[in-house]
Design a protein around this ligand. Sequence first.
Ligand code: PGA
Length: 249
Amino acid sequence: MRQPLVAGNWKMNGTKASVESLLSELKAGFSDALNAEVAVCPSYIFLEQAAAALKGTGIALGSQNVCDQDKGAFTGEVSAPMLKEAGVKYAIVGHSERRHVYGEADALVAARFAAAKRGGLIPILCVGEKLEEREANITEKVVAAQIDAVIDLLGIEGLQGSVIAYEPVWAIGTGKTASPEQAQAVHAFIRAKLAKQDAALADSMQILYGGSMNAANAADLLSQADIDGGLIGGAALKAEDFLTICRAG
Ligand code: PGA
């Protein structure tokens, strides 16, 4: 039985004050009785503030990226050991904004994934196709290549202890959600692809959906057989909406 995971990706939003109030609203509404595990991924600068506020609450902390190297001359990057020390449990890698706005290629994303694992973090590997790729009917090919970059580097066993998030790029921040059927089809494809190499791994892998998931559409998406939670952008910035999604998980 896979436990659902609902993670909030706060992206580059917030101030110390707004982060403080969002965290206290989340804490007030959070209950250990939730079926889903819950995590929030604030900007790096707010991680320690969030770690202090969330201590002992059961809400986990994630980062929005992680360096592929462990230390050294890598200006602007943050390493897995640093994140671990700050209290981080999950590290998002390969978010579409990293891939398509900042040009991170599959191989770099795979190296970041490997660094997260080396540092004791749980990588959340984001995969997903652009609109033109969906229209060209190459969604499965794109998603498979993004996953294969990790398998090529670490072997199929490298995916053990990680999470995959399917996030169609055309659905991120656009208000256009994939229909539950469209999302389920890709989730099932991913699970079947993994099962060809390791059936037990495929069965236990949490595969999250992301892309305009909100309080109104979460229950339908999360009721699909192969959707094991959500990676939530915009709706994660409103405590009540985020908690509604967590309760649906
Ligand atoms: P969105 O973002 O929920 O605002 O579409 C999801 C994501 O980018 O992870």
